[in-house]
Design a binder for this molecule. Structure first.
Ligand SMILES: Nc1nc2c(ncn2[C@@H]2O[C@H](COP(=O)(O)OP(=O)(O)O)[C@@H](O)[C@H]2O)c(=O)[nH]1
Ligand SMILES: [Mg+2]
Length: 309
């Protein structure tokens, strides 16, 4: 039996969370068209007759200001890179080489096998001209990694959205993983994260889907109570924003916006849980929570020591 940890690594919006969901065949990690949706690392457990793969979805690699929520996200990326068996470096062909260079310092630090994975293959035909940078970049990465402990083993292309090439990718992964006992119990559990966490994420997803560009980045969600033994299940959640004006935007005129967000989130939560849910959302200002460490910590985004990059 094969067993191991596989980290999904890449810049924001390359499709890491979409790929996790495609291999698990479940919507575990939230996906939105906006960059930097994922804030925490999320483990997705795939059990197969061939063995167990523990995938770690990570926030996108980007340059983060010290001490704030983005530094927490980068900390999550770096933690995930501590000792996996395999790293999958996802590349969005719509990106450009100057933006990808940042990835090298992460790859050079990884001491594991590496698969270079070009995602969004469905776009390649339509936008072929724009992708000329891709092959030279892949060659450059391979060259830069020579002499490091990060060992390139394959380059592969997929479309995570269309689920093309995913089966072959899984074969590549199983081929490379060591033999061993499963790291997690082999049962139906898909993740190490709690239902509360996933529910809070589903609410956060709807904030990204329903609010203007900047506001979702100032939002955090906390589940205040979760009564599973009630029918319907009663869930109360608090949405934290940074400013009074944002609170107004989340609520909307006559509460229209928050109602839309709540309805959309409730539907997804009901789908996940397979039962009726009563979802109550409230909004509260927690001034500058994205930049103050004690507030970040209170929302579950704890920075260790002083933040690194
Ligand atoms: N066309 C296309 N879009 C994709 C593909 N994979 C992901 N996306 C889209 O890219 C955006 C970002 O995806 P997401 O998984 O959240 O990226 P992440 O930030 O790396 O986790 C979403 O709008 C996805 O629907 C793909 O294979 N093809
Ligand atoms: Mg993501």
């Amino acid at each position: 039996m094969k067993s191991g940890i596989v980290v999904l690594l890449g810049r924001p919006n390359v499709g890491k969370s979409t790929l996790l969901n495609a291999v698990l065949k479940e919507d575990l990690s939230i996906v939105t068209p906006k960059a930097q949706t994922t804030r925490d690392q999320i483990r997705g457990i795939l059990n197969e007759p061939r063995g167990q793969v523990v995938f770690i979805d990570t926030p996108g690699v980007h340059k983060a200001k010290e001490g704030g929520i983005n530094a927490f996200m980068i900390q999550e990326v770096k933690k995930a890179l501590d000792g996996p068996d395999l790293v999958i470096y996802l590349i969005d062909p719509m990106s450009k080489v100057s933006a990808e260079r940042l990835m090298l310092e992460y790859l050079k630090e990884a001491s594991s096998k590496l698969i270079l994975l070009v995602n969004k293959a469905d776009l390649v035909k339509v936008h072929a001209e724009q992708f000329k940078w891709l092959d030279p970049w892949i060659d450059e990465v391979k060259q830069e990694l020579q002499g490091t402990r990060c060992e390139w083993i394959a380059t592969h292309s997929i479309s995570a959205v269309k689920k093309k090439g995913v089966k072959e990718l899984l074969q590549l992964i199983f081929d490379e993983l060591p033999n061993g006992e499963p790291l997690y119990p082999v049962d139906d559990s898909l993740t190490d994260r709690s239902l509360r966490f996933i529910v809070a994420e589903l609410i956060r997803k709807q904030l990204f889907m329903n609010l203007g560009d900047e506001i979702p980045y100032s939002c955090a969600v906390e589940i205040e109570s979760f009564k599973e033994n009630k029918k319907p299940v009663v869930i109360q959640a608090m949405i934290y924003v940074e400013r009074e004006s944002q609170k107004g935007m989340v609520i909307g005129s006559q509460g229209k916006k928050i109602k839309e967000i709540g309805t959309a989130a409730r539907k997804e939560i009901e789908k996940l849980m397979g039962e009726k849910v009563f979802l109550e959302l409230r909004v509260k200002v927690l001034a500058a929570w994205t930049s103050e460490q004690t507030k970040l910590k209170s929302l579950g985004y704890e920075l260790e020591k002083r933040s690194r990059k």
